[in-house]
Ligand binder design. Structure first.
Ligand SMILES: Cc1ncc(COP(=O)(O)O)c(C=O)c1O
Length: 346
């Protein structure tokens, strides 16, 4: 199944795919009669796995094609993307420079040093800091300055620019994932009535939706806001889909009506938990043995569970597990006391 130029673009194979689609029979108990499934994109393998492995395949493919020697990326302190970029860079023999943006106010010492930060250090990345949390353009500018310094010492940096206005190469990883899901449905079924996924930068959400529509699937895709409210996220997904069409050289198959976003579980904001997120983490762990993270997948699962409660009899609902588990350790200060109350320590 070809989708425009998708298979002609440079790509470095970094992830273990296809990732499995598993049933979650225990999670649905007491919540209606929908059949629940999870696509285990937390199992993509690269540097402890997650959705960004698929996205990095296209960025790193381009970096290799340009004969770069280092990869530069910016993200939140507990960003999974930067940790996996460090792993991807190592896999193709490059250095990695990571810029950590202070997006979460009053972070704990553990937040600043454990989880993804520790893994990036183990991977040998060079860390830089950016103190102004929500200034995407400023973060991109400072990253470019780091690249310039490297260029002036004859290095060949490849900058992964993630802000709006940059081609969303990473979203192509989720166009590939959409094709994979359709192949899995064709091989083993079932047809899904709805797919739920975290919507942060929107690359995963837009890529998945685009790929499904490009291949003729009309399955609804619900994006759960993890970073910004839906009135800001909606135009982002609209532009992302058009930019994907431009990258692939095909018409955009996604219409405005296809874009379904919820910010019901976003409060109190990016990287901060609420009761629904905690309950989603607890329930999924206790019923299915699946670990979610407090920033992305816990929140997305809270949104998914809201859908499960409203689902019609026998509907098949698919949750995309996008990974992020190392952040559990970065958020230990917040999580441990909450879960210790329930833990049976004898
Ligand atoms: C674990 C995890 N899930 C979901 C997302 C959201 O993906 P996207 O930025 O493509 O919307 C991220 C983004 O960093 C992530 O790390």
């Amino acid at each position: 199944m070809s989708i425009g130029k998708l298979d002609d673009l440079p790509r470095a194979i970094l992830s273990h795919t296809p990732t499995p689609i598993d049933e979650m029979p225990n999670l649905s108990k007491g919540m209606g009669t929908a059949n629940l499934y999870v696509k285990r994109d937390d199992c993509t393998g690269l540097g402890m796995g997650g959705n960004k492995a698929r996205q990095l395949e296209f960025y790193v493919g381009e970096a290799v094609a340009r004969e770069s020697d280092s990869i530069l990326i910016t993200g939140a302190v507990q960003s999974n993307f930067v940790r996996m970029a460090a792993a991807a860079a190592r896999k193709v023999g490059m250095e990695c420079h990571i810029q950590l943006e202070e997006r979460v106010p009053n972070p704990s010492t553990i937040y600043r040093h454990s989880g993804n930060v520790l893994l990036s250090k183990i991977l040998g990345a060079t860390l830089h800091t950016f103190p102004r949390g929500e200034d995407e353009e400023g973060a991109d500018r400072q990253l470019e300055e780091i690249a310039e310094t490297l260029r002036s010492s004859d290095r060949k940096p490849y900058v992964i620019h993630l802000g709006p206005g940059n081609p969303p190469l990473g979203a192509l990883g989720y166009v590939v994932a959409a094709r994979e899901i359709i192949e899995q449905i064709n091989e083993n079924g079932p047809e899904f009535d709805e797919i739920t996924v975290a919507s942060g930068s929107g690359a995963t959400h837009a890529g998945l939706l685009f790929g499904l529509r490009a291949l003729g699937s009309s399955v609804p895709v619900r994006g759960i806001c993890v970073r910004r409210a839906k009135d800001l996220q909606h135009p982002r997904i609209v532009s992302r889909c058009q930019e994907i069409a431009d990258l692939l050289g095909i018409e955009n198959p996604v219409s405005e009506r296809d874009i379904d976003i919820s910010d019901d579980v976003l409060a109190p904001g990016y990287g901060k938990m609420n009761d629904a997120v905690l309950e989603a983490i607890r329930l999924t762990a206790h019923t299915e043995g699946i670990i979610l993270d407090p920033v992305y997948t816990g929140r997305a699962m809270a949104g998914f569970l809201n859908r499960v409660r409203q689902a019609k009899d026998g509907q098949n609902l698919l949750f995309i597990h996008t990974g992020g588990q190392p952040a559990v350790f970065g958020y230990e200060t917040d999580l441990e006391p909450l879960f210790s109350d329930h833990a049976k320590v004898q």
